[in-house]
Design a binder for this molecule. Structure first.
Ligand SMILES: *Cc1c(COP(=O)(O)O)cnc(C)c1O
Length: 464
């Protein structure tokens, strides 16, 4: 054991690099990265020694190895989402089904016919890959895929309503997370927003009065993350479509989450499907790929062919076009929708949303004592909880679920201990993310399927 208590006793950069441990790191991570790390570790050690803290030679080696590993570790990593919010935007929203993962890997590995027509040998259109399936599943004539639904709304408004007016009900001028505010999007798209009605009530006549020579289209926005209750009135999709078409204007519906199936058949609350919006008379419907649809991040625009053609001609489309991985995954996910009987098994989002409470409760009961063994000083019990769908879908409908509820017995204000425990779970090789509320740390088990590897990973839990 070599104690270093003076700067001149610090080893040279070369000495550390040639130490057997250092050499091992060089072989694994390359000389330049390790050399740079040695320099930073030595600089840090020098500061400590000068401040009067002696250090050990072995501490230098250990720090070097940790720092090197830390530098190369990807910052974007998988985590286990036990927050109780199934479609958690900060945790990457929908998990992809295996078939979509395989499809992505297949096209990632080499060349693909992304924009190449195998029939004619000529240039093809990337947007056509998922279009037929989308039309089949929604009843729309045509469809276009962009990077996300915010892009879909921006592109639609910019293509059809630039320098023109767009009346929208005041009750639908929403903000969703991540700075997506309808009025700002309108401004960026170059349209003039015309506010119609009041916050809680908008009538057909309000729209009639708002339509003028500069009106480009009517727009309906799905109020995704809130609900106005009480003395309310809004204009139904059908009525709005009727008004729009009487004035020879298209109706655009931003559905937000846009589901392709009747969620009630999976014992979930009803959510307007894309096909319903199309049937109600929407000329274009925009929705996300990674919300209820359960696919990759994408924005989908489905509707009238002539309008989709206009959108495709907008140079902005080029800046928003999806990549081959997205298209491969989306196509595979849409393919699952052609066989609804298998959907709840194959599609993780639907499988988790429709998971039976009793099944989750049994899992919580089974796991409570094992997790307790790893959390000395805390109390772990199985407890009922309500999951959320997330991503703004069905904000007021929660799903009965079960959780591990971890409390600190004997403390009146357990906040600090719980925050530390939550951090210990986040420090696991695959971080586990829960939620602290009501003086407890909650792990909602709705999205946990691999029980054994979760239990196995708890061996690394450091609650000291
Ligand atoms: C989520 C949402 C959006 C934005 O969709 P992204 O795919 O996240 O870009 C737009 N409008 C509504 C109504 C939404 O719910």
């Amino acid at each position: 054991m070599t104690t270093i208590d003076k700067p001149e006793k610090l080893p040279s950069v070369d000495r550390l690099l040639n130490d057997p441990n250092g050499a091992l790191l060089v072989r694994e991570f390359g000389a330049s990265l390790v050399t740079r790390t040695v320099q930073t570790v030595l600089a840090e050690a020098r500061k400590q020694v000068l401040a009067g803290t002696a250090i050990e030679y072995n501490w230098l080696l250990k720090t070097l190895s940790e720092e090197t590993a830390h530098t190369v570790r990807p910052s974007l990593r998988p985590v286990i989402n036990l927050t109780g919010t199934v479609l958690h935007t900060n945790l990457g929203r929908a998990a992809l089904p295996e078939s979509a993962i395989k499809a992505m890997v297949d096209v990632a590995r080499g060349a693909s016919n992304l924009e190449f027509d195998l029939e004619t040998g000529k240039r093809g259109d990337r947007h056509e890959h998922a279009e037929d399936l989308l039309c089949y599943l929604t009843g729309a004539e045509a469809a276009l895929i962009v990077n996300n639904n915010a892009a879909a709304v921006l592109l639609t408004l910019n293509s059809l309503a630039k320098r023109k007016e767009v009346p929208v009900s005041r009750g639908e001028l929403i903000e969703i997370g991540g700075a997506f505010r309808m009025p700002d999007i309108m401004a960026q798209a170059g349209c003039k927003l015309v506010e119609v009605g009041t916050t809680n009530r908008t009538h057909d006549t309000d729209f009639e009065l708002a339509i003028g020579p500069k009106t480009a289209l009517l727009m309906k926005v799905h109020a995704s993350n809130f609900e106005i209750k009480g003395f309310t009135k809004n204009v139904s999709e059908q009525a709005l479509a009727e008004i729009a078409h009487r004035h020879d204007l298209p109706l655009i519906t931003d559905l937000g989450s846009g589901t392709l199936i009747d969620l009630e058949s999976h014992h979930l609350p009803h959510e307007t499907t894309v096909a319903e919006a199309v049937r109600a008379g929407a000329d274009l419907v925009t929705f996300s790929g990674d919300k209820l649809l359960g696919g990759p991040q994408a924005g989908i625009i489905a509707g009238r062919r002539d309008l989709i053609t206009k959108l495709k001609r907008n140079p902005m489309t080029r800046a928003m076009r999806p990549d081959k991985l997205t298209l491969a995954a989306l196509q595979a996910v849409l393919r699952l929708y052609t066989d609804p009987s298998q959907l709840a098994t194959e599609l993780p989002t639907l499988r988790w949303l429709s998971r039976d409470q009793a099944d989750i409760a049994r899992l919580a009961d089974r796991m409570a004592s094992t997790v307790q063994d790893h959390c000395k000083g805390f109390e772990v019990v199985a407890a009922p909880v309500q999951s959320q769908i997330g991503s703004g879908a069905l904000p007021n409908d929660t799903l009965a679920s079960a959780a591990l509820k971890i409390t600190v017995p004997g403390y009146r204000r357990p906040g600090r201990a719980l925050i530390k425990l939550a951090k210990a779970f986040r420090d696991l090789p695959i971080p586990v993310i829960g939620r602290i509320t009501d003086d407890a740390l909650w792990f909602d088990l709705r999205c946990l399927e691999d029980e054994s590897s979760f239990i196995e990973s708890l061996k690394g839990l450091d609650v000291t």
